[in-house]
Design a protein around this ligand. Sequence first.
Ligand code: ATP
Ligand code: MG
Length: 560
Amino acid sequence: MNTTEEKSLNFIEQIIEEDLRKEGKTGGILTRFPPEPNGFLHIGHAKSIVLNFSLAQKYGGATNLRFDDTNPVTEDTRYVEAIQEDVRWLGYEWNGPVRYASDYFDKLYEFAVGLIKMGKAYVDDSSLEEIRRMRGVPTAPGEESPYRNRSVEENLDLFERMRSGEFEEGSRVLRAKIDMASPNMHLRDPIMYRILHKHHYRTGDKWHIYPMYDWAHGQSDALEGITHSICTLEFEVHRPLYDWYLDQIETFHPFHPRPKQIEFARLNLNYTVMSKRKLLQLVNEGHVKGWDDPRMPTISGLRRRGYSPASIRNFAERVGIAKRENVIDVSLLEFSVREDLNKTAPRVMAVLNPLKVVITNYPEGQTEELEIENNPEDPASGSRKVPFARELYIEREDFMENPPKKFFRLGPGRKVRLKGAYIIQCDEVIKDGEGKVSELRCTYYPESRSGSDTSGIKVKGTLHWVAVPTAGMVEVRLYDRLFMDPEPDNHKDRDFLEFLNPDSLQVLPEVYVEPSLKSARVGDRFQFMRKGYFCVDPDSKGEQLVFNRTVTLRDGWKKR
Ligand code: ATP
Ligand code: MG
């Protein structure tokens, strides 16, 4: 391997290549994506999905999808469905069936019994508060539980009775017997099982005890034959426990391969909250319309907003992976979608805030079809016919009654080009009773038609427009950042909700669009020339289309 190639490997790839080399293999890794079905996936999860699946693709392996469904209280099949849809939409297919930690509850129970028999686990009758207190602080050893030295027989009996539902919730737990003096708090006899008389959406009422995350996770990895178990940095301090459990179990149940946990820094985005608990709060308290609200950083929200799978994958690749926490600028995500849509989204004309223009020298009743290219970035995209007429709408902001010198758009006596059409000149400004400009009277230069312009007239501005007689009318929803603060959930004594942007959604009920948009379907993406990228929202009903603005054409936040 040459040095440039070596340099371009990230630290996880280096570990994987080293592992493969040691085993004399060239591929065949198995990674997994292990979401807890207690909410919708967000852009941080997308980062993890892209990482796991792309490593597997690179090293001739596969990726399991495993629901970490060890907490029956917060989990729901609705989330299980949504998560699968999101992973597929991102463009990935997992290895074999969907897996569940709950598939392994029997096996985990058997392993726990194995640990008890080895004298490495015990039933503790202390309350959770007592256990917490006795665990102590990292700088001083904790206290051993009075139940720590129960006999194997007594532990087996009590654990079996915990399982069968004999005891009250909170009355007992099963703990691993490791080291109450360890500087790593996770090794101070961690809880393996708690009693919960709760219905589980998959295992029903079979279980009265549920495994803790650390106990379930590594063993599920091992049972599935995961080679590299990639997780976020906060699990680094759990790794000794991950390995301790496997060390014990391997004495009576060897694993080939034995999984290795590797940590990377989670994705953080500014102006964004990413914890599922907070996202759930936004949904439940009605600050947004749902998990898939286009302002949400969820995959379903980004999809509805108009993000393409490729733009999210590119973003995840571009961010790369790090070993240290950092905060990524949300404008990088917006850059990725602009970059993708610039190549793929057809250009159309829409007038968000209309001002009527009457071309006085254009014959009444006449129309003509102008040929306009669909996407200058994509020659294969062809062109379409756009009708022109005597009455048009232009954008109100494209006219100024007293324009400054550098304003290259329309003003009294000024000339501009209408995109794909003619050069016009503004002759007269009509106002309504309140003095508001209501209409412009213009003349056009017939010999200035785009593509065959012989007028010799030079203009600096080109405006988009929509012909009045053939205009369609749609609703447009403009979005701004949901939070006004770069780190909404990083303020002491202030709740993240205080930083909600009251103007994050602006609805324009009457936007004029060129008639080609009549055939647009839910999910279709367009560039509204000069206005940004837009996509058709599922709220559209029949002819009545609703568009979401995905992103503006330029990063408007730089100026603020
Ligand atoms: P949250 O903290 O948002 O509630 P979580 O970590 O509890 O998320 P899980 O469903 O347990 O959510 O996560 C599934 C996988 O996604 C885990 O491997 C986790 O490490 C990874 N993951 C979660 N958030 C991020 C993030 N912001 N960046 C990268 N990976 C993440
Ligand atoms: Mg989690």
